[in-house]
Design a protein around this ligand. Sequence first.
Ligand SMILES: NC(=O)C1=CN([C@@H]2O[C@H](COP(=O)(O)OP(=O)(O)OC[C@H]3O[C@@H](n4cnc5c(N)ncnc54)[C@H](OP(=O)(O)O)[C@@H]3O)[C@@H](O)[C@H]2O)[C@@H](O)CC1
Ligand SMILES: [K+]
Length: 502
Amino acid sequence: MSDSVQPVFTVAGIRGIENRVMPSADPPLMERAGRAAAEEAFRLTMERPGRVLIVCGPGNNGGDGLVMARRLLQAKREVTVVFDGDLARLPADAAAAYVAWRGAGGKVETELPPPPEEGWALIADALFGIGLERPLTGHYAAWIESLNSFNVPRLAIDIPSGIDADTGKVLGTAFRATHTLTFIALKPGLLTLDGPDHVGNLIVRTLDIDIAEHARPPGHVIDTTLFRDQLKPRLNNSHKGDFGEVGVIGGARGMNGAALLAARAALKLGAGRVLVSLVDERAPSVDLIQPELMLRTPEQVLAQANALAVGPGLGLDERAKAILGEALALERPLVLDADALTLLAQDDDFQRLCHDRSAPTLITPHPGEAGRLLGTDPFAVQHDRVGAAVELSQRYRSLVLLKGCGSVIALPDQRWLINTTGHPGMASGGMGDVLSGLLVALLAQRWPAESALLAATHLHGAAADRLAREGVGPIGLTAGEVCEASRGVFNGWIVQANQNGH
Ligand SMILES: NC(=O)C1=CN([C@@H]2O[C@H](COP(=O)(O)OP(=O)(O)OC[C@H]3O[C@@H](n4cnc5c(N)ncnc54)[C@H](OP(=O)(O)O)[C@@H]3O)[C@@H](O)[C@H]2O)[C@@H](O)CC1
Ligand SMILES: [K+]
């Protein structure tokens, strides 16, 4: 994995690094964290002099806030600290930070005071960090609700209080930050589920720890460097046979569009030929909007394509089952989505076939489909998206893309990655079909399965992001528009990857 790719650690991983570094850390980690937070506060209040409110909790996150407060006070800033923790139960570093704060002349309020007349210059949330283990209730929950109501910069220290650092779940209620300064490394909860709605601008400070020296990250954030090796310009001396033959099978009655969208996306991402089979017998025999697509029978597609996407609008009837069985038996890269996933979840024979395949299988469930595949429900999946994706990958010996806010990719060797492109305008019909099409196009062009899944996922979101920047959406964005924009973004990546001698 390239050094520039951002690592992601679960709480257990962060604790492991802390335990290794802490005994000899000079200055201590909490001093470094508090100093980094004070620096960030200066940056955020450059144009907003005035009083900074720091709300500190009963653990080491509160300790970070107390160090931050002392640093600001020593730099002649006005600071109000709120802390009502039990001094006798404060961890050692946080207790030392408390003593140092009082020693520097700092005062402590035990209730949230009203804001000064000119308003708070900044609110810093140092209530709870990675140690939060149960829902927030009572006065802590009330404080957070109140802090969220101020329209001023709101800085979360390490993680917005109330967000579970491993899962991104809101535990009771959660601080809505405009900025989050996180320490040592990213955590999954900042990137997936409810995390992105609470973190605002995300800033990582490693606290001068060389992470690679201490631990191997279990996860990463997806970026283009992960598949840059595949981003090659085409040779002048090329022909369509060099770029593979995609097969898409789906499009039952009322769902023709799902398979056509996938097929069009495959065409726009450079597949040499795209064969599509609409299982609806009354479906048209040509796509008049995209006549380049070759409409064929399922048998012809299964026989000819060198990479297959099965499922968009496939239906759940006997014919659909027969097609899925045949596709699973072919040793060619296979994308399964939508109805194919529902059929897979229902049938032990399909599961056995899937498990025994030697060609790559790529499954792209949303949380509902993932729940069915795991024999549970969407809530359980969302409760631990990374865990669910890893389990699916193991159970189905597949590369998995679990869709949703902060899509999670899990690979058969148990590595996982989180995607940060895309936006809620993509929550609309047909988006998943386009993603399947982008993915199968790269597979047909003989990209390795892992690179294809990372690239298609990242591209799908990046295309939607570009459109939103151009005023197309986010609200009302259509899957067809993402399909078109993906082509431009992808070609741009190739140009970029091949500049400067790469
Ligand atoms: N360790 C280090 O060296 C470094 C750590 N760093 C910083 O420390 C943070 C982690 O600190 P932490 O482990 O002390 O956990 P933290 O998030 O402060 O919360 C624990 C406290 O909250 C309490 N509590 C929990 N849930 C609750 C609830 N629902 N409602 C009420 N109370 C609740 C819990 O109480 P208890 O469960 O024991 O009742 C305990 O008192 C980390 O995010 C980073 O900011 C950095 O300085 C770098 C160096
Ligand atoms: K916090």
